[in-house]
Design a protein around this ligand. Sequence first.
Ligand code: FE2
Length: 343
Amino acid sequence: MRLFLFMMLLLFSGKLVAQETRIAFGSCANQKDSLFIFDTLQKHHPETFIFLGDNVYLDNQNKDTICLKYDSLAHKSAFQRLKATTPILATWDDHDYGLNDAGKELPIKELSKIVFLDFFGEAACSNRWKHEGIYDVRYIKQDGLTIQILLLDTRTFRDSLTHFNGGPVPRDTLNYWPEYSPNTSISSELLGEAQWVWLETQLMMPADVRIVCSSIQFAHSFNGYESWNNFPFERKRFVDLITCTQASGVVFISGDVHLGEISKSEIDAGYPLYDITSSGLSMKWHAPTYNLNRIAGPVMQNNFGLLTVKRQNNIPTLQFQLIDVNNESQAELSIPITDLQFK
Ligand SMILES: [Fe+2]
């Protein structure tokens, strides 16, 4: 009887009630726009919001101009309301790195990093100040689950892109003009060696779920724009690293492309690799892009991503949604974490 009363007490105090963890994410927020989509996002009370890049459109190498553009975002009322209620994590893409489609050659990347980390209030003791680039790891622990959040830096170390040269998809297969073809040099780099070493260490740390935050898409098929497909050796290296480290629970989230979609890679790592692309918070694209790996979408209206981690039949499950400004879910995927484990 005493045990029964104790259990009832715990139940009503919330200790035995399985909790949900909500993580919102998004990309491509032009500081000139209203960004009212942040108000829709807050209705879901996420534990954190992850900015996946193109968080502000700098496209400039002058320090004063860069600071003014960040100021413009800081003074947006919708952003202020988001910041007041929701912890924000961030990585960058090209436009907040400094220049459209830029890589390691960008002269102002150190300045850009300082302004970025200052703006997002990076702690003085953070490792991000100590190494080159802005990659980082964070953890959320709730309801007995460890969620690892890997913030990649896909800009600071990235080699030159290869302009479209007719492959791997013939020009007339696409109903638009592609910009890039894969860089077929075996030595071509996207993450850079130091980030690869760091990533391997992180993948060996214990976690139930690993959210890989990549500004550019990972699991879609070639579409002629910027993505991991432009560095096929680096993409394969990532898949091989997951397999070698036996890192379960990996799922990618990405942005950049001004549309939302969910992709399932044509290659797996011992289990399927999914990529939930949310873009843009305020930017839009005029037509769907080519993607043979798309399993949901495309979502052509402004959207944010929402990951809800909850137990279904006592199995922790990842529920992904792409939600528009009217709070309507436009694409969904539910993944039991048992599907992201080596058999
Ligand atoms: Fe971008």
